[in-house]
Design a protein around this ligand. Structure first.
Ligand code: 6PG
Length: 228
């Protein structure tokens, strides 16, 4: 399935595009799955400025590191500081990942997500689905536990491939030169268990990738790629 790729000059511009999409979804309401890592922080800050009322949104996460919520490595903690604490009107619901059982319970009966946001690791991982790990083969669960395949090396909780695909839109945000190989493999290569990013596509709508010029440097052109 084609990934609609947009390349912008730098990380700030990429963050702004993603923030605009988040703000639009906040206005429309619905379910948004946030991603962890450091790249989305700026997008979250801008999104809170563009639309401070998230009262129509149910907020979920694609993965979490098993650390307390106020730990620097917490994906929830990052989003709280960059986005949730800056909103004038809080989301309708905020679903922090605490354990596999708790998240499966909270997700039970929840239908297709409206927007799933994902980053991409330099090794091609998405959420906490790492290259070659058995978690890639799980098709009968929404949530699984996994050891880390990348830093920070703390245990993780992650949505599975089928649950991440169950969305009306999937949006990747990837910046920086260390991601150039992974970007080429994930968005313009053949699907492969060695590059989990190549295995996640929205089942019910577009899959888009917002890249800066550094991360897109090795991607083959001509696959739905456009520059802004
Ligand atoms: C996590 C993630 C992970 C992340 C990538 C990119 O919890 O680590 O959700 O999949 O998106 O590792 O992270 P950076 O933005 O920090 O490079």
């Amino acid at each position: 399935m084609i990934v609609d790729i947009t390349v912008v000059a730098d990380a700030e511009e990429a963050a702004r595009l993603v923030a605009e999409r988040l703000a639009d979804q906040a206005r429309a309401g619905g379910s948004i799955v946030l991603t962890g890592g450091s790249t989305p922080k700026r997008a979250y800050e801008i999104a809170a400025e563009l639309e401070p009322d998230w009262s129509g949104v149910d907020v979920w996460w694609g993965d979490e590191r098993c650390v307390p919520p106020d730990d620097d490595r917490s994906n929830f903690g990052m989003a709280k500081e960059a986005l949730l604490d800056r909103l004038a009107v809080a989301p309708r619901s905020v679903h922090r990942m605490e354990s596999v059982e708790q998240y499966e319970r909270e997700l039970a009966g929840v239908g297709t997500f409206d927007l799933v946001l994902l980053g991409l690791g330099p090794d091609g991982h998405v959420a906490s689905l790492f290259p070659g790990f058995p978690t890639l083969d799980v098709t009968d669960r929404d949530v699984v536990a996994t050891p880390a395949g990348h830093e920070p090396f703390v245990d993780r909780i992650t949505l599975t491939l089928p649950r991440l695909r169950d969305t009306r839109e999937l949006l990747f945000l990837v910046t920086g030169p260390d991601k150039a190989d992974a970007v080429a493999r994930a968005f313009t290569g053949e699907p492969s268990r060695e590059t989990p990013g190549s295995l996640v596509r929205a089942a019910y709508g577009p899959t888009r990738a917002i890249l800066d010029s550094a991360s897109s440097a090795k991607a083959v052109s001509g696959t739905g790629m456009s520059s802004k």
